[in-house]
Every structure is written in structure tokens, then in C-alpha cells.
Ligand binder design. Structure first.
Ligand code: SF4
Length: 275
């Protein structure tokens, strides 16, 4: 299929899989780029060493606070911050020991009304643990009481500006510009190319055109991925996008207009002069 990148991502915690290392090693053996998204609490020293050894490209930690107080207030699990913190530190140490730059360490932070006041400190945390990338994301509201309030917006913007300045100073890649553009009205010509570029495969084998969609294109236990990708259902969906229309599931998109908040790995690798 010529797949360039495999993103091992949750909807659950991927490190719960016993065969996670087998999957990751296979991705690298076949010459593809690998990105892992994790809450970072289940790493062991052995697993970290194997991930570094196999040449994995990016480990993205979901961390919504720069210290134990904020992080554990959001996660509701005491002692969890220390586990994530020491995993990130261990990755940096093992990378240095092996004399390699990869995996890049990526901290992904969803901005909520519980952390907007300390988001610039995420950059200090990144610097401390040796992380290379910090991205902020808009909250996709599941819980009303976590949504950022209007009166907190000016503090949020000020802290984003501080974060940007710190990131520039420390050589950390940050997505503040892309993040802010999420609030801009997309131009009428905005298009999304996701159905041509990406597919989401759920643990049960269902293939979805986007993580926001529940519209199953097929199941890899019944048909080959190629059959699903080139199949009628996928092509009918692409026709809608070609007409610059968007199906219903796009109304909740925090990536809109089209992949905006996904860090383009090529851009990041180029930033760190790795390609
Ligand atoms: S517009 Fe957003 S929700 Fe719709 S397919 Fe593109 S990335 Fe997914």
C-alpha cells in the first residue's frame, strides 16, 4: 500500500497490549515511521530500551499538567505524575546512552479550565525531561465543567504567548500558531484530505475514515485493507469531500480545517534537522 506512517494510538492505553513491542518493531522493520500515543504510566526500563533500539520515531505523552498537583487533579490518580515524569526522563537518558536523537519526545496537552493558568510551564517541564515537541489541543467537550470559560481566555492567550517565547528560547517545537487557527473561521475553500491520507483501524478491525467518524468503511477481518480502501463506500465518502462538503461527523472536528492540529511529522523531523 505504500503506507508511510503508523500511529499507535488509544481510545484506550496502547501499552496495555502484551504484543505492543512486536507491533512497533514490525512497523520499523517495514521501513515506516512510527508514532505512539500513550499516557506514559506503564513503561518499564526494558520496554523503553527496546523502543529506542528499534528506531521508533515519536513517543507522544498525553500530559495535561506541568506538575503533580495540576496533572493529578485532572487525571484523578495520585502518584501518576511521577510515573509519567520518570518515563520521559528515562527515554532521554536511554537516547543519550545509545547516542541517538529518536524517538522524539512529544508532550500533548489539552487546554482545560483546570490548567490554562500554567500552560506555559509545560515548556519548562518539556525542557526538564528532554522533550522535543509540545502541542496544545482544544478540549472536545465530554464534561461541561472542564470547558475553558470565556473570562479565562485572555489569561490563556497570555500564557500561550509565554509558552511560545520559552519554546523558541529552548529549541522546542510548539504548535501555538496552528492551535490558535482552530478558532478562525475556515475559508469557504477549505478542504480536508484525510480520506485520501489516513485510516483509523479500531482494535476490532473496523476501518474508519477519521477518528471523529463512527461510519465503518469495512472490517479487516472480513476484507483486505486494500479492498476497503479502494471500495465503494470509501470512494463515495471521498466524492462528498471532493465537492467541498463535509459529512455530519466533521461538525465536532478539532482538526478542522483539515489536519490543522496534527503535527506533520516531516515538518518536525525537518525542524530538528533529522531529514
Ligand atoms: S474535517 Fe476533521 S472530522 Fe472531517 S474527516 Fe477531516 S479531520 Fe476528520
Amino acid at each position: 500500500m505504500g503506507t508511510r506512517r503508523v500511529h499507535v494510538v488509544g481510545g484506550g492505553e496502547p501499552l496495555l497490549r502484551r504484543d505492543i513491542l512486536e507491533i512497533m518493531s514490525a512497523v520499523k522493520r517495514f521501513g515506516m515511521e512510527g508514532v505512539l500515543t500513550t499516557n506514559g504510566t506503564l513503561f518499564t526500563e526494558g520496554l523503553i530500551r527496546e523502543i529506542v533500539r528499534c528506531g521508533w520515531d515519536v513517543v507522544m505523552f498525553s500530559v495535561d499538567g506541568p506538575n503533580a498537583d495540576v496533572y493529578e487533579d485532572i487525571r484523578g490518580v495520585s502518584g501518576s505524575f511521577d510515573r509519567v515524569y520518570s518515563s520521559m526522563k528515562s527515554f532521554s537518558r536511554v537516547r543519550a546512552e545509545f547516542g541517538v536523537c529518536k524517538p522524539l519526545l512529544h508532550i500533548h496537552c489539552v487546554i482545560l479550565n483546570l490548567n490554562f493558568m500554567v500552560i506555559d510551564e509545560m515548556i519548562d517541564l518539556a525542557r526538564d525531561v528532554g522533550a522535543n515537541i509540545v502541542t496544545f489541543d482544544k478540549y472536545y467537550p465530554e464534561y461541561e465543567d472542564l470547558i475553558l470559560r470565556k473570562e479565562d481566555l485572555s489569561t490563556t492567550l497570555r500564557n500561550l504567548q509565554k509558552a511560545y517565547q520559552k519554546a523558541q528560547r529552548y529549541g522546542i517545537y510548539i504548535n501555538v500558531e496552528d492551535f490558535l487557527s482552530l478558532w478562525m473561521k475556515p475559508s469557504p475553500n477549505t478542504r480536508c484530505y484525510w480520506p485520501w491520507l489516513y485510516a483509523d483501524i479500531d482494535p476490532n478491525g473496523d476501518v474508519l475514515p477519521c477518528c471523529f467518524s463512527h461510519d465503518v468503511m469495512g472490517n479487516i477481518k472480513k476484507h483486505s485493507f486494500r479492498q476497503i480502501w479502494d471500495g465503494e463506500k470509501y470512494n463515495n465518502l471521498r466524492k462528498i469531500f471532493k465537492k467541498k462538503e463535509f459529512p455530519d461527523f466533521c461538525k465536532d472536528c478539532t482538526l478542522y480545517p483539515g489536519l490543522i492540529n496534527r503535527v506533520p511529522l516531516g515538518k518536525v523531523l525537518h525542524y530538528f534537522r533529522l531529514v
